[in-house]
Structures are given as C-alpha cells and as structure tokens.
Design a protein around this ligand. Sequence first.
Ligand code: NAD
Length: 322
Amino acid sequence: MKLLVTGGLGFIGINFIMFALKKGHTIINVDKITYASNKEKKFLKNFKKYKFCKVDITNQIKLQKIIKSNLPDFIINFAAETHVDRSIKDPKSFIKTNIMGVYTILECCKKLLKLKKIKLIQISTDEVYGSLKYTGSFSEGDVYKPNSPYSASKAAADQLVRAYRKTFNIPSIIVHPSNNFGPFQNPEKLMPKTIINCIKKKEIPIYGKGLQIRDWLYVEDTAEAIHKVILKGKIGYNYNISTKNEMTNIKLVNKICNYFSNKTNVYKYNYKKLIKFVKDRPGHDFRYSLNNKKLRLIGWRYNRNFEKKLSQTIKWYLNRKI
Ligand SMILES: NC(=O)c1ccc[n+]([C@@H]2O[C@H](COP(=O)([O-])OP(=O)(O)OC[C@H]3O[C@@H](n4cnc5c(N)ncnc54)[C@H](O)[C@@H]3O)[C@@H](O)[C@H]2O)c1
C-alpha cells in the first residue's frame, strides 16, 4: 500500500514508518521538521520505497501538490505539537498545527475526492477524554472532556475529522493511543528526560508528588495497532490503543532509578537522590485509562513484558550519543 505519513520524523511517526517499511509499504513522509523531530534519517534513506518532503501541513498548496502527485491509499496524520507544558505557555502553535493542520489535510482530501477517495487515519490521544479517579476506563463513545490546550486542540481536530466524514464523505478512522514509550522520543517527555538525567546525574523534576497515573504503551505496539487499523479498521470508528499497564509517575521514575542503581552503578550512587518534586502544573490530569476491547476484536495483540521493553528503551538512550 502507499501510505502518506505526516509528522513522520517525530517519535511515534518514525517508529511507525520503520514498521510499515518492513511490512513492504511505500512511504511518503511529510514533516515540517520542528524542534521535536528526529534527525536520524540516514537509515530511512536506504529504503527505496521511502520519500521525504519537508512541508508544513498547514500549507494547503504544497500539501495538496504532494498528495495529488502521490495519490496514497491512506494518510496517517501524526503531525502535531505534542508537549502539554508548551501548550500551557503558548497554545497558538497547537491551534495552528493540531486544528488548522487537520483542517488542511481534510480540505486536500475533499479537493481530490474525484481523483481518489483517500482514507485518513487521525492519531488522536487518550487525553481527549479527560481525567479519571482511581477506577474505570474510557470507551470510544465517551464524551470528550479535554483539560489542557493540547488535548482541547486534539479534541477539536477529531470533531473536524468526524464532520468531514459525515458532510463530505471523507473516509476516516480515529485512534487514541495512551502514553507511548520507546526509542526516538524527544527528551522533554517524562521517560526520556528521567533516563537522560540519570545518565547525566542531573535533577529529575516530578510534578506534585508524582501520583498521577499513566498507562504505558510500547511504541512498536502502537505501530502494530495502527497497522491493524489500516488493514482491518472500520471507516467511521474510533479505536483506543492501551495496555492497562498503569502506574504512577513516581513508580515509573523509581523503576528507572533502580535500573541505573542496579545495572550501571560501580560507585554505588543513589540515583533516587536526583528526584526533585516541583509545583504541579495547572489542570494536570490525574489518571488516564482506556478500554481497548474494540481493537482486540480486530486482532491486535500487544507486548505484555513492560520490564523488558523498559530496559531495552533505557539501553537505546545509553547507546545513543546524547
Ligand atoms: N507520544 C505519545 O505518548 C502520544 C500519545 C497519544 C497520542 N499521541 C499523538 O501521536 C502523534 C505523534 O506524537 P509524537 O509523540 O510522535 O509527537 P512528536 O512531538 O514526537 O512529533 C511530532 C512531529 O510532527 C512534526 N510536525 C509538527 N508540526 C508540523 C506541521 N505543522 N507540519 C508538518 N509536520 C509537523 C514535527 O516536526 C515532529 O516530527 C501526535 O498527534 C500526538 O498527539 C502521542
């Protein structure tokens, strides 16, 4: 299949592209190259079925030209501003890329409908549903209650995707991954920041008391889930991607500190000393949890070995020049 991936130099995008190339798909990667994108492009260039275009998804003229000249079977939209802290300091770029960017993709699909009915997979997030207390999980039909400018921009994009399907017949599917981890993630996010700060023996800042609960999903499992949705997903459906691998942020950070204390520590350094609790961020969601039954019904199975995947991820950052 021919897949046009937007935001394919970001964390999940680059992992998805590697997965899809190995499956034999042709990839056209459209990325603006923001601060968040990966520079490790050399190994992608070795694939004959890979093409890169440096384009902003809000630029309709350029984007439409690329889509028209390639006429992909699917557009998979990963392109987004993604860091919640940044969305609190300056929401504008989130509104532009996450809402206007999706609007632009939809307009391109609409303009090209007569040539080809291109299907859109919109990568949303678990954060659109809002926060939960200790029990329960969100299902796909639940009401959106976003609490940050980031999640609000993602929620707005989802509504546009739905509206363009209903009004203009643009075929689309929305997926909601939970917190991803793995190689190629930007160091501003919790897991890579903790690993890198352990390597550099720098302070590890944790919001509040670190009691917020997140569900950790290995990025290759996400790639596999999106691939499954491409092959077997139903147009008009939303699919949650989650592993029920929930833990508090402090538990996760302690696990990483324990890894360094036990595996790399000749001088018996106490890595937990690096943890510093800082003032919580406004509107900080307490817990995310998703029901993944719909995705399992189309055959998705995920990797249950969190500890192994965590140590693989730590090793990846240890081996990379930081
Ligand atoms: N990382 C997670 O845990 C997670 C969880 C749930 C959902 N998501 C969603 O998955 C998608 C990918 O997340 P990620 O963590 O890989 O993001 P990321 O921040 O690592 O990468 C985003 C990529 O999009 C590109 N981009 C940004 N603005 C663009 C624009 N205007 N035009 C073209 N390219 C642009 C960037 O250059 C970057 O390469 C996002 O839509 C995000 O909302 C991420």
